[in-house]
Write a protein that binds this ligand. Sequence first.
Ligand code: UD1
Length: 339
Amino acid sequence: MRVLVTGGAGYIGSHTVVSLLESGHEVEVVDSFVNSKPSAIRRIEEITGRAVPAHSVDLRDRAAVSGLLADGRFDGVIHLAALKAVGESMQEPLAYYDNNLGSTYSLLQAMAEHDVRTFVFSSSATVYGAKAPVPYREDFEPLESSSPYGQTKVMIERVLEDVAVADPEWRIALLRYFNPVGAHESGLIGEDPQGVPNNLVPFIAQVAVGRREKLSIYGGDYPTEDGTCERDYIHVSDVAAGHVAALEHLVASAPQVRAWNLGSGTGTSVLQMIKAFERACGRELPYEIVDRRPGDLAAFWADPTRANAELGWAATRTVDDMCADTWRWQSANPTGFPD
Ligand code: UD1
């Protein structure tokens, strides 16, 4: 298939582009490059030996998006472009609603205009909110999220359901990621957060490489086995493979809009993650336990049964693989992608 990947220079996007190319698809990228660098595209080309056309476009620019999709150039779109920092979304909700919703509307309108109706959407486990029973299952309702970032994911899922009701030719996958971590096994691409990392594994990696003094563990008194929060960490290359599986399933099936969890089905605590990273980098990592971070849930993980059964997809890489690959990327690229 000829696939347009929005946000294809970003963390999950770059790994997804590699997986698509390795599965024989043709790929172009559109990215605003506000949170990513063009050198990520060059690294993808180095890994795959293929040229990857990349367009620098803000998706809210309707004319530009329509131009990209013109002339029947694409069979489907994988939409990962979005702002994604939870804390920042609390400070700047309008920027998040404007960017994440506006870019999606513009993209969907251009797709309909040019008769492209196969769409894979980057959603998140955050849509299950605080009340869903663990493990999370796709049929849980009502969806809700505690942050504007998460609300944009809930709202876009709803928009896509309405689009599919109005025009039943759409084929739409809602991929609810759990906690993607790790890096490509080559060490050439990985997560490159701008500023202080918000998420656990990028922070640990920067402590390991000497960019940060120590990790703060947010809370040691949760009702979990060791008192720290548990999450369903999933290797980013498994997440990438999930996109390819979803796309191929969509085109092989009747039109539908359907959600799939991309998770492993197991929880790992913050302390267990630190220990795994210490095995990967070969030294002890300094940490202290501090207050809980507001909004954090004690423990959640996926029920991945639906994706296993319907997409023929399952997470295959272990927590040790995730840490070893993150360490390979971080130690070879201590300050992230080159400019
Ligand atoms: C976060 C977002 C979620 C988003 C996901 C993307 C919040 C509340 N949730 O999930 O909406 O989809 O990232 O990957 O931000 N931790 C520490 N010290 C740190 C950083 C994290 O102890 O410096 C702990 C957290 O308390 C949490 C665990 O590590 O228990 C994982 O945190 P993080 O990587 O930020 O992911 P989530 O909070 O699960």
